[in-house]
Design a protein around this ligand. Structure first.
Ligand code: TPP
Ligand code: MG
Length: 576
């Protein structure tokens, strides 16, 4: 039915007496929501009825997990709160992976779930699941609304909690009788969060202590995480690095917070990070962590992590301080406020010896691969993508080797440019994330660099991209294998490739069947023109690159080893 022929909402929409469903929609609009994702079902019908003519762009995924990843990526790409709506029971349960993904990567999201009637809760009613129980560990906060008078307050609180402090997903469960109950909304409502405190400004003395440590350091490293991007503090970070003259390494989620084309960039650190970043961290005398949480993929063996370094940790989340690594100078607060204060007190230092050492490591161990190979190397596909998009595309990824190669070989220069599941490592994130990012940033080129098996998990969402006319590009680095698992089996299980191979469909045919463009690329010489065609397509486009099947990601810090105990350096050195 066209919007013009829709039956009107009627005079009830004008009155201050409103249903819970109408209050929810009004609160969403008040919170600035103009786009949301959701899937219908019995107990959310009153809410969907109110959304019928609401001024909200509504995207329907093919599976609630996909919708949750879309809302997550929409938030990461836009800086706004992502909103996802699902029905009770199976719909709500399908959100769990998406919520856990958002939780681990601190994405601001509000998930709304319908629930069975209040009087039926606990009765094993049809499509009943204990949604707040199931999602408690994977949300920053969740609650069930039991009374219509609380709807507006709880929804405002949800947006506030999701988007302040260490951001994260909040879930509100709404029984269907609360959606239809009426309430007079003429009195204003206030949030009631007496126990929720957010520290924004850092402690002045701690900031001065940090500045002194930076000024005194001969071999510092700035170690930056996704928190700098969430805080919209990339510009302040650049100014700090510039003024104090600091080399900068980032985590996977921190990529884009600092322009990788700048000479001070050490690129990504950690398990598959740059050798020069890992060596610099191991040899530094001062590690300045900003919005990063010392994840095990970053630190390697904790006991020997940055053994000579004094550690400064700037973070909004007090619970992250000294959680994994002992911190000498903690500064709790928002990087957006703290970095300008720090900049005032730091001084320029030449650090000639230190930068010389770093330049030597960079020269000796760059990210590299066999450029002369006759097969399609995945790294070549990504380098060519980066070249043709001039490093300007928004990149989403699957999980596995594809994700690590994307991080190593695309050059990120601005925040919110890489959208990847870091903490949870969720295969199937890439395609729905590309959709969410493209919805958030309509004019930009959005490319999902995916693994074949990651793509298999949520490829049904290609239909969502087609339906919404989103010109996303999907580059499948198709090695047939669950490549990262195969790599571990090669290195640690004597090449016993147990259950890490599955046959795949012909992706170009799948894409065409869904109304997208499909391209198969099986010759190295065809890579540039296939990418050119893909970038020119107005419709969603899937390019299936049949890559070298047993390529490995180097370097690699084997689990439990120190950051400087990298494998594969001999390979990098020999082809550098
Ligand atoms: C949902 C989910 N299930 C299982 C895993 C474990 N896992 C990590 S990487 C990987 C293989 C990924 O294969 P593919 O998407 O083809 O990427 P490749 O490594 O080949 O680039 C698996 C199974 C995961 N990360 N997520
Ligand atoms: Mg694969």
């Amino acid at each position: 039915m066209s919007p013009k022929s829709r039956p009107s909402a009627g005079p009830a929409a004008q009155s201050s007496v409103k249903t819970g469903a109408q209050i929810i929609v009004d609160t969403l609009i008040e919170q600035g929501v103009d786009t949301m994702f959701g899937y219908t079902g019995g107990v959310v019908l009153p809410l969907f009825d109110r959304l019928y003519d609401a001024p909200i762009n509504f995207i329907i995924p093919r599976h609630e997990q996909g919708g949750c990843h879309m809302a997550d990526a929409y938030a990461r790409a836009s800086g706004k709160v992502g909103v996802m709506l699902a029905t009770s029971g199976p719909g709500a349960c399908n959100l769990v992976t998406g919520l856990a993904t958002a939780m681990m990567d601190s994405t601001p999201m509000v998930a709304i779930t319908g629930q069975v009637r209040t009087e039926l809760i606990g009765n094993d009613a049809f499509q009943e699941a204990d949604t707040t129980g199931v999602t408690r560990p994977v949300t920053k906060y969740n609650c069930i609304v039991k009374d219509v008078k609380d709807v507006a307050r709880i929804f405002r609180e949800a947006f506030y909690i999701a988007s302040t402090g260490r951001q994260g997903p909040v879930l509100i469960d709404v029984p269907v009788d609360v959606e239809v109950a009426k309430f007079d909304t003429k009195n204003p409502v206030e949030m009631e969060l007496p126990g929720y405190r957010v520290r924004t400004k850092g402690h002045a003395r701690q900031i001065s202590t940090a500045a002194k440590a930076i000024n005194d350091s001969g071999q510092p490293v700035l170690y930056v995480g996704g928190g700098v991007i969430s805080a919209n503090a990339a510009e302040e970070l650049r100014q700090l690095a510039d003024k104090a003259h600091l080399p900068v390494t980032t985590t996977l989620l921190g990529l884009g917070s600092y322009d990788q084309n700048r000479p001070e960039s050490l690129d990504m650190l950690g398990m598959h990070g740059a050798a020069y970043a890992n060596y610099a961290v191991q040899e530094c005398d001062l590690l300045i962590a900003v919005g990063a949480r010392f994840d095990d993929r970053v630190t390697g063996k904790l006991k020997t992590f940055a053994p000579n370094a004094k550690i400064i940790h700037i973070d909004i989340d007090p619970a992250s301080i000294s959680k994994n690594v002992h911190v000498d100078i903690p500064v709790v607060g928002d990087a957006k406020f703290i970095l300008p204060e720090l900049i005032k007190e730091v001084e320029h230092r030449e650090r000639k010896q230190w930068f010389k050492k770093i330049a030597e490591w960079k020269k000796k161990f760059p990210f590299s691969y066999d450029r002369e190979a006759s097969t399609i190397k995945p790294q070549y596909v990504i380098e060519e993508l980066c070249r043709q998009t001039k490093g300007g595309a928004i990149i989403t990824t699957g999980v596995g080797q594809n994700q690590m190669w994307a991080a190593q070989f695309y050059r990120f220069s601005r925040p919110r440019q890489l959208i990847s599941s870091g903490g949870l490592g969720t295969m199937g994130f890439g395609l729905p994330a590309a959709i969410g990012a493209q919805v958030a940033r309509p004019g930009e080129t959005v490319i999902d660099i995916d693994g074949d098996h990651s793509f298999n998990m949520t490829m049904t969402e290609l239909a969502t991209a087609v339906e919404n006319k989103l010109p996303i590009k999907v580059c499948i680095l198709n090695n047939g294998y669950m490549g990262m698992v195969r790599q571990w089996q090669e290195l640690f299980y004597n090449k016993r490739y147990s259950k890490s191979y599955l046959s795949n469909p012909d992706y170009a045919t799948v894409a065409r069947a869904m109304g997208a463009v499909g391209i198969t690329v099986d010759k190295k010489a065809d890579v540039p023109k296939a990418i050119k065609q893909m970038l020119a397509e107005k419709r969603p486009c899937v390019a299936d690159f049949k890559i070298e099947r047993e390529e490995n990601v180097w370097p690699m810090v084997p689990a439990g080893k120190s950051l400087d105990e990298m494998s594969g350096l001999d390979i990098l050195e020999s082809i550098a």
